[in-house]
Structure formats: structure tokens, C-alpha cells
Design a protein around this ligand. Structure first.
Ligand code: SPV
Ligand code: MG
Length: 284
């Protein structure tokens, strides 16, 4: 079964499903080995790994080449974060076509103006006009293969827009060709998501990205009939925390002995690099 159909099945399954972020090949392998069946390649994680801001500074070609490198290493459904589409509808359609060709299972496009800012930066952010966004979705739909999943991301709650506008946008995005929707929120409870789910008629699968409302768990999401949960930044944040701690400790102690038990072993690296396959299978 190809990865696009696998993602479609995950989205339409009766169970709640999860996607973990991957910002490079090794984080993708780590997420896969942990048991995740789907990956999210997000603009935040990839931008952070390059040391740049998540405000459309990353180019679509950098995202594409990152996804391509990840496919050298794992073969599984990947959802690619296309930000607000890197420009107008023609650019969004071209990028979606390239992502489809490189093997991504789907792409997520958000309804903010280009250039966008990360949703958690308290900066006045603006939504794109509804018709312009629908045109992006339509052109993307027309440029990709039939099973490629197009996910439209609603940023209404992020910009404090009225729920009626967000609902209206949701229906229009589905009419334009979106297969699923992300409803995003910056609250620390599930309040926005609940309000949306109580009013939306659930004609397509709904995806959430719990970052600020991290205390809410599986039972709440199941009751709300969420299809897919994306843990969008947790491997990036984990690696930053560990690297900062280790760098500080080694600098202060002028020795690496103090961190030996806190870090991966050399064998852990070899295992992730699949070094045994080379030795065993080909006898060299
Ligand atoms: C990302 O991971 O790049 C996202 C999710 O778009 S968020 O950071 O919540 O905007
Ligand atoms: Mg993003």
C-alpha cells in the first residue's frame, strides 16, 4: 500500500492516530522506531535546525530537499508543512506537485498571508482572503495525484477571529478540495477545539496540534472525535534541551565523563545508521 493511501486510512480510521515531527532523517528514524506510523515535517523544526526563524524565511526547496533526504532513510507517510504556500496559488500548486513527486503523502497549507509568522509568536498575524485561499487549494488539487492528501489549516483562533468565520472558511476549504482540516489553537486548554468540534459537521477528518494545551490527553481528543494528533515540535525541543545541558556541563567540567550516562552511545548511532546490514548482508 502506498504512503498516500496509508495516510488516508489513518485519517479515516475509527481510532485516534498520531504523527510525530521529524526535522531531519535521524529524527525521522527515531520517531519511526518509537512506533509512529506518520511523520510531520514542520516549518518550525526544520527552520530551527537551520538556525532561522519560522516566518517564511525557509524556502520550499529547502523543505523539499529535507523531505527527499528523509525518504532515503525511512519509507512511511509524511505530511509536509507548506506554511502559507510560499507565495501565490501558482507557487503553492508547484510546491504541492513537487512534494507529491518526491513521495510525501500530503501537504498542509495554512490560511495566513505570506509571509507568515509561527502561530505562537505574539505578533499581529493576518488571514488571507477566503477566495484567494480557496484558489490555492483548487490549484494544488489540480496539480497533484488523486491520492495526495491536501490539508487546509485554519488559523482563525490564532488571529482571534470569530468562530462563525472559521466555520465558514472550513466548509469553503472542503468545497475547494481539502481532504482534511487542521484546527489550530494557542490556548492552554482545549476550549477552542471543543467549540469548533461542537459546531463543525465533521464532513472531513480533523487534525489538531496540541502544543500549548499539552495537559489535554487522549480521552478528551477521542471524545471530540479528533482523527489525527500532530506532536509538532517535541523532538526539536528535546534535542535542544539535551544539547544545551550537555554543552554547558562539558564546558564547565572540562571533561566528557560527567555526561557519558546522559547521552546516546556510539552503538546507538551505528544502530540508527544500520551498520550491521552492511556487514552481515554483503560480507564486507
Ligand atoms: C510547525 O510545526 O511548523 C507548525 C505547527 O506549523 S506550529 O508551530 O504550532 O505553528
Ligand atoms: Mg509551521
Amino acid at each position: 500500500m502506498n504512503n498516500k493511501i496509508k495516510l488516508k486510512n489513518l485519517l479515516n480510521s475509527s481510532n485516534i492516530e498520531y504523527a510525530m515531527e521529524a526535522y531531519n532523517p535521524i529524527s525521522a528514524m527515531i520517531a519511526k522506531n518509537a512506533g509512529f506510523k506518520c511523520l510531520w515535517v514542520g516549518s518550525l523544526g526544520v527552520s530551527a535546525s537551520l538556525g532561522i526563524r519560522d516566518d517564511s524565511e525557509i524556502s520550499w526547496s529547502e523543505m523539499l530537499s529535507n523531505v527527499d533526504n528523509i525518504f532515503d532513510y525511512v519509507n512511511m507517510p509524511i505530511i509536509v508543512d507548506m506554511d502559507s504556500g510560499y507565495g501565490d496559488e501558482n507557487i503553492a500548486a508547484r510546491v504541492a506537485k513537487k512534494l507529491d513527486k518526491v513521495g510525501a503523502a500530503g501537504a498542509c497549507i495554512e490560511d495566513k498571508l505570506f509571509p507568515k509568522m509561527n502561530s505562537f509568536i505574539s505578533h499581529k498575524q493576518k488571514l488571507i482572503n477566503v477566495d484567494d485561499f480557496c484558489l490555492k487549494i483548487k490549484k494544488m488539487r489540480d496539480s497533484v495525484s488523486k491520492d495526495f492528501i491536501i490539508i487546509a489549516r485554519l488559523e482563525g483562533f490564532i488571529v482571534d477571529d470569530k468562530i462563525e468565520n472559521t466555520l465558514n472558511r472550513a466548509y469553503k476549504y472542503v468545497e475547494a478540495g481539502a481532504d482534511a482540516l487542521v484546527i489550530h489553537s494557542k490556548k492552554d486548554t482545549v476550549q477552542d477545539i471543543r467549540e469548533f468540534m461542537n459546531k463543525f459537521d465533521k464532513r472531513v477528518p480533523i487534525i489538531i496540534i496540541p502544543t500549548t494545551y499539552h495537559r489535554e490527553g487522549k480521552k478528551v481528543f477521542e471524545d471530540l472525535e479528533i482523527s489525527l494528533v500532530i506532536w509538532a515540535n517535541h523532538l526539536t525541543r528535546a534535542s535542544i534541551r539535551v544539547m544545551e545541558d550537555v554543552a554547558k556541563k562539558v564546558y564547565i567540567n572540562q571533561s566528557v565523563d560527567c555526561v557519558e550516562n546522559d547521552i546516546a552511545t556510539m552503538d546507538d548511532i551505528f544502530r540508527l545508521q544500520n551498520i550491521n546490514e552492511k556487514d552481515n548482508k554483503y560480507g564486507r
